[in-house]
Design a protein around this ligand. Structure first.
Ligand code: HEC
Length: 141
């Protein structure tokens, strides 16, 4: 009974964070500076930072209203391992023939502190929108 209860509590409190994964709290404003420093806006647009347009002319919007809030762990993964999971809608233009993400790799150039602040900024840009009533998630095709 005790373990069951704990399990249930754990699941409900772990929705927002990847389990067993926690970086120190980041600075949102600092993260915005990092975003500019690494020219993320060459391929992305986000609230008040305009898309700059890189060589690929990829413009993938970040932030905004989503039905399932981008988790912290998911955002970290998007930056340090972008090919891990490429969203269906970006498969065509956003990945190479080998199925790898066209997103640059920052793992050799970004400090961990920069990553922490960057992700705090990204997460602050997503707002949860309740799915419409009777909405059924379609199977991905
Ligand atoms: C050369 C183009 C390019 C640059 C520069 C780039 N990205 Fe991306 N990014 C992509 C592509 C393409 C995708 C979609 C495919 C994927 O998930 O890898 C993506 C996906 C993402 C996602 C997941 C979006 C979602 O809705 O699932 C995040 C978060 C993200 N990028 C953040 C960043 C950040 C932060 C930077 C700067 C440090 C950055 N990107 C720089 C091309 C780029």
């Amino acid at each position: 009974m005790f373990t069951l209860l704990c399990g249930a509590l754990l699941v409900s409190s772990c929705n927002e964070q990847a389990r067993g994964f926690a970086l120190p709290e980041g600075e949102v404003l600092e993260g915005k500076v990092i975003y500019m420093k690494f020219s993320c806006n060459e391929c992305h647009s986000i609230s008040d930072i305009e898309w700059k347009g890189g060589s690929d002319s990829l413009n993938i919007p970040l932030g905004g209203e989503v039905t399932n809030k981008k988790t912290y762990g998911g955002l970290v993964t998007s930056v340090i391992n972008p090919s891990h999971e490429i969203a269906q809608q970006y498969k065509q233009e956003g990945s190479t023939e080998e199925g790898l993400s066209k997103m640059e790799n920052y793992n050799e150039v970004m400090t961990i502190q920069e990553l922490i602040d960057l992700v705090a900024f990204l997460q602050s840009e997503y707002k949860i929108k309740a799915p419409p009533e009777n909405y059924y998630y379609p199977y991905p095709r």
